[in-house]
Design a protein around this ligand. Structure first.
Ligand code: PEP
Ligand code: MN
Length: 266
């Protein structure tokens, strides 16, 4: 099926419009978000991610700075013109986040939260819907349908790895989801090599593999000082690593998708 193109501010995500989303797992301060935002801009990355509310496995882990972090994200993106991406975990925070954040993210743990999905259908901001870690592709597509049927067609799917018997990586990245989704639905699909591998050493290989498999974008947890990340430090890459990973993407796409791109622009 033909893949939709999603428009946000003056940027597009979809066929022929591959986007890189980068930034910390969790926003730790306005200063560090500003610092990373300016590095990303220099590289030509215009989508900034950062979590304000974290659904942590342990109640003793850091759960994000909350509302103030959403405001930090807005002020950094207002100042730089970047597009903000942040996770919404609560049906009662959707309106507040829709006012402050360009693209709302639904994390793997919330894919089955039907009231949240339906509420996200009442706004017009694009929504990135991550695959539930134990969800089949079909269940994931049905979750997306709740948002669309409630009135918001601007859904982007994000493959972030699924639970398997393998323990060498945090999850198993299911790259076959990309061609399957392209076959059966119109949603753009991006890939998160950070949460799928759980290890910064594997992020480069899986990013390039995702590009080759036809992903419409990539989301990478990135920090100025990765080891100081308040959450998911092990899988977080540096700006230097990000540059090395992002640089060849346009070449890979050119080599593999020349015909597809010609078809799109014909
Ligand atoms: C995230 O992207 O911030 C996140 C928590 O990822 P996931 O829901 O895929 O674990
Ligand atoms: Mn994370």
């Amino acid at each position: 099926m033909e893949t939709n193109t999603i428009e946000i501010s003056n940027k597009l995500i979809g066929p022929g419009h591959f986007q890189v989303i980068a930034g910390p797992c969790t926003i730790d301060s306005k200063e560090s978000l500003t610092e990373i935002g300016s590095h990303l801009q220099t590289m030509g990355v215009s989508f900034l991610r950062g979590g304000a509310y974290k659904l942590r496995t342990s109640s003793h882990s850091f759960r994000g700075l909350g509302d103030i972090a959403v405001k930090h994200m807005k002020s950094v993106c207002d100042a730089t013109g970047m597009i903000s991406v942040s996770e919404c975990i609560d049906v009662n925070r959707v309106d507040f986040m829709a006012e402050h954040i360009n693209i709302l993210l639904v994390g793997t743990r919330s894919m089955y939260n039907v009231p949240l999905l339906e509420k996200l259908g009442s706004i017009s901001n694009p929504v990135i819907l991550k695959r539930g870690m134990c969800a089949t592709i079909d269940e994931w597509l049905q979750a997306a349908q709740y948002i669309v049927e409630a009135g918001n067609p601007n859904v982007i799917l994000c493959e972030r790895g699924i639970r398997t018997f393998e323990t060498a990586t945090r999850n198993t990245l299911d790259l076959s989801a990309i061609p399957v989704i392209k076959e059966v639905s119109s949603f753009p699909v991006i890939v998160d090599p950070s949460h799928s591998t759980g290890d910064r050493r594997y992020v480069k290989a899986m990013t390039w593999a995702a590009v080759a498999a036809g992903a419409d974008g990539i989301m990478l947890e990135t920090h100025i000082r990765p080891d100081d990340s308040l959450c998911d430090a092990k899988q977080t890459i540096s700006i230097h690593d990000l540059e090395e990973i992002v640089y060849p993407i346009s070449r890979i796409r050119e080599l593999l998708f020349k015909e597809i791109q010609l078809e799109i622009f014909r």
